[in-house]
Write a protein that binds this ligand. Structure first.
Ligand SMILES: Nc1ncnc2c1ncn2[C@@H]1O[C@H](COP(=O)(O)OP(=O)(O)OP(=O)(O)O)[C@@H](O)[C@H]1O
Length: 350
């Protein structure tokens, strides 16, 4: 697929690229592993275990070229571990995957990036101590020849260095970070860091960009700008796969959503309907103990709490103290109100 770096679109516009991405998914079954018309990435039987825990067990999944695909799922579903397997940052116990038809399992991270598949990762302590420009230049690693070749051809090496600096400066302009080029990366705001992570990933001119929680810790003022940059990646012909908990973002920018739970892909579908898929509702309810309560369940929990309080009050003041007056004067009061308020809040919050 042609990657057109000059392309960009106004926010909210239905561009040809967006329409084409949406059309590619039209009529697809919402079954896990459903075949896509033109997959850039095809994954089979990837398993990653940590001791007795199977963190990832993905039978089959395909990522459509030129689309923005969201990977969602409750905490601990295995999304980040799955990203790590695909991009060579961790070694799967078993499984195979191809990128543009090329077998990628066992390929180390820097080579994966060189082949055009790159993931963002958060600024580490060490990277925070480098300047923004140095971070960008580091992002280009894996593009150049071997070290001994560079030593043999210093002129070629310098030309490559110039080219890298030029590309870094262009990207910093595009991501509105040029004024920060000499600042330490650690001094950037949460949103600016996210922009830097994305810009740095683009140094290797990737075809597939994998973003891990691009909106985490981002100030609302920068939200639209970040969303715009992600959509721009598709406008430029790139494919985007991103992990995100922010459902507004998922609905806003994704063409297709893949849902993981307990290591496996459990559902796929368009963003408009995926969250009402019963398999997805079950996965989230099963994973979150603070999930919405039904009215009946909330009432039952309140009644149970009240009964416990009454019992506690009776024990504190002796059997002779009437339960309803005890809760207005004794130590049961604070506990009672707190527990009730807590119970109601949980139900109301849900
Ligand atoms: N290095 C590790 N050693 C042991 N267990 C791990 C390791 N990395 C991940 N896990 C476990 O694997 C499971 C999947 O974790 P992972 O971080 O991939 O989930 P996730 O879907 O990305 O979660 P979140 O949305 O909370 O980031 C979790 O139970 C986690 O505790």
């Amino acid at each position: 697929m042609h990657v057109d770096e000059a392309a960009s679109a106004p926010a909210g516009a239905v561009t040809d690229r967006k329409a084409a991405a949406r059309a590619a998914f039209a009529g697809l079954a919402t079954e896990p592993g459903v075949a896509k018309p033109d997959p850039i990435l095809v994954v089979d039987n990837v398993v990653r275990r940590f001791g007795g825990l199977t963190a990832v067990n993905v039978e089959h999944v395909e990522i459509q070229r030129g689309s923005i695909t969201a990977l969602i799922g409750p905490n601990g579903a295995g999304k980040t571990t799955f990203f790590n397997q695909l991009t060579g940052f961790d070694t799967a116990d078993s499984g195979e995957w191809t990128f543009n038809g090329r077998k990628m399992n066992g390929v180390p991270a820097h080579k994966v990036a060189r082949y055009g598949m790159v993931r963002t990762f958060q600024l580490t302590k060490a990277l925070s101590k480098l300047t923004v420009l140095e971070n960008m230049r580091l992002g280009a690693q894996g593009q150049r020849g071997e070290n001994f070749l560079r030593a043999l051809f210093p002129r070629l090496w310098r030309a490559q260095e110039d080219e890298i600096t030029e590309r870094a400066e262009e990207l910093l302009e595009r991501f509105k970070l040029a004024a920060k080029r000499s600042d330490f990366a650690g001094s950037l705001s949460g949103g600016q860091r996210k922009l830097l992570e994305m810009a740095r990933a683009l140094m290797v001119k990737p075809e597939l960009v994998m973003l891990d929680e691009p909106m985490a810790g981002v100030n609302p003022a920068l939200t639209q700008s970040l969303l715009g940059h992600v959509k721009d990646l598709r406008e430029q012909g790139m494919t985007v796969l991103f992990v995100e908990h922010d459902m507004d973002m998922v609905r806003d920018i994704s063409d297709w959503v893949i849902v993981m739970a307990q290591g496996a892909v459990i559902a796929e579908g368009p963003p408009e309907t995926i969250m009402s898929d019963p398999r997805v509702v079950d996965a989230y309810l099963g994973a979150h103990h603070d999930a919405p309560l039904s009215d009946a369940e909330a009432e039952r929990q309140l009644a149970e709490a009240e009964a416990e309080l009454e019992l506690e009050a009776a024990e504190t003041h002796g059997e002779a103290v009437p339960v309803n007056t005890a809760t207005t004067a004794g130590p049961g009061e604070a506990a009672g109100d707190g527990a009730k308020a807590g119970g109601r809040k949980e139900a109301g919050d849900a």
